[in-house]
Design a protein. Structure first.
Lengths: 220, 115
C-alpha cells in the first residue's frame, strides 16, 4: 500500500478546492438560460442542448470532431504494439451480437432523430453506433476484407468535412461562422448531426481495430 | 410527491456516498481488472447522478462513453498489456509479482532481438 499514502492528500487538495468554489458560488446565478430560451425559435430545433451544441456554439462541436480524429490517429500511431489472438467463437456471444447490433443501429438512428426536440443527438447516437461496432469487433468480426481503406477513411472524415464545408458556406453566405439561416437551420443541423454520428461511431469503433487496420496494407 | 422527498434525499445521499466510495476503491485497488470494473460501475452511477440532476443529455453521454466505451477500451488495453508483458511487477492484474520474470518471457526476448 505504498501508493495510498500519497493518494489521499493528492485527492483531498482538489476536493477542498472544488468544495470551496461550490460554496463560494453566488446564490442566484444569472447564467445564459434566458438568452438561450429567447433565441430558441431561430435555432431550428426545440431541444436547448442541441441548439447550443450545434447552433449557438457550433464552433465547439466542430473542434470536438477534430479532437476525436486526432485521438484516433494517436491510437493508430501506437498500432505496432498489439499481439492479439483471434477471438474464439462463442455461440452465446455470437447470437447475442447478432440480435444486439441491428437494435443498436436502430437505437442510434432514433437518438439522432430525437435529438432535435428531446435528449439525444449526434454524440449519444455515435456512441451507441460505436458500441455496436465494438461488440462486433470483440466477437471476432473483422473488417479488413469488406471495408477497404477508402470507405473507412471517408466515414472517419465525414463529420469533420461536413462541419468544415458548412463553416465555409455559412462564412461565405452569412458572413459568420456556422450561422445558419433560421428557415433552413433545422435541416442543416440534421445533416451535420448525421455526418457527425457516422464519424463518431466509426471513430470509436476504429479505436479498437488492431494493427491489421487498413492503414497498413503490408500487414493485412 | 411530498411524501417522496425524504426518500429522494436518502437516494441522493446514497448515490453520492456510493460514487465517492467507488471512486476511491477504483483508484486504490492494486488489481487493475478490479479497478476497471469499479470504474465502469462508477460511470453507471455517475450517469444516474446526472439523471437525478435533470441532465438527461449528459447522463446518456456518460453511460455510453464514460462507462461503456471507456470501460471496453481499458479492458482491451489491459488484455494487450498482459500480451506484451510490459506491465511493471505488481501492477499486472493476472500475475502476482513473484511470477514476473522478464528474462524468461517470450515476448520480451523477441523485443530485445536476442532470441
Amino acid at each position: 500500500m505504498e501508493r495510498n499514502r500519497w493518494l489521499l492528500p493528492l485527492l483531498l487538495t482538489p476536493a477542498m478546492g472544488l468544495g470551496y468554489s461550490v460554496l463560494s458560488l453566488p446564490e442566484h446565478a444569472q447564467g445564459l438560460q434566458h438568452l438561450v430560451a429567447d433565441k430558441m425559435e431561430v435555432s431550428g430545433v426545440s431541444n436547448p442542448v442541441t441548439a447550443v451544441l450545434l447552433n449557438f456554439r457550433g464552433y465547439d462541436t466542430l473542434l470536438e470532431m477534430f479532437v476525436l480524429l486526432l485521438a484516433l490517429l494517436g491510437v493508430w500511431s501506437l498500432g505496432g504494439l498489439s499481439l492479439r489472438r483471434e477471438a474464439a467463437s462463442d455461440l452465446v456471444l455470437d447470437t447475442m451480437v447478432r440480435f444486439l447490433v441491428p437494435v443498436l443501429i436502430l437505437a442510434a438512428a432514433y437518438l439522432l432523430w430525437v435529438g432535435a426536440h428531446a435528449p439525444g443527438g449526434a454524440f449519444q447516437a455515435g456512441a451507441v453506433l460505436g458500441a455496436a461496432g465494438v461488440l462486433s469487433l470483440l466477437s471476432g468480426w473483422r473488417c479488413h476484407l469488406g471495408l477497404a481503406p477508402l470507405p473507412l477513411r471517408l466515414a472517419l472524415a465525414a463529420g469533420p468535412v461536413a462541419f468544415l464545408a458548412m463553416s465555409g458556406c455559412t462564412l461565405l453566405i452569412a458572413g459568420r461562422l456556422l450561422q445558419y439561416p433560421p428557415a433552413q437551420a433545422g435541416i442543416l443541423i440534421l445533416i451535420l448531426e448525421t455526418a457527425a454520428t457516422v464519424s463518431i461511431g466509426v471513430t470509436l469503433t476504429a479505436l479498437f481495430l488492431d494493427k491489421q487496420h487498413p492503414g497498413n496494407k503490408d500487414q493485412t | 410527491m411530498e411524501a417522496l422527498i425524504p426518500l429522494q434525499w436518502i437516494f441522493d445521499a446514497l448515490l453520492g456516498l456510493g460514487l465517492l466510495w467507488l471512486g476511491w476503491q477504483a483508484l486504490a485497488s492494486t488489481d487493475l481488472f478490479r479497478s476497471i470494473v469499479l470504474f465502469i460501475s462508477f460511470g453507471l452511477l455517475m450517469a444516474l447522478a446526472w439523471a437525478r440532476l435533470d441532465a438527461p443529455d449528459v447522463a446518456l453521454a456518460e453511460a455510453a462513453v464514460g462507462a461503456g466505451l471507456t470501460g471496453a477500451l481499458l479492458l482491451t488495453a489491459l488484455a494487450r498489456l498482459k500480451d506484451t508483458s510490459i506491465a511493471a511487477p505488481g501492477i499486472d492484474a493476472g500475475h502476482p509479482p513473484i511470477d514476473y520474470a522478464p528474462d524468461d518471457d517470450e515476448s520480451t526476448r523477441i523485443k530485445r532481438g536476442d532470441d
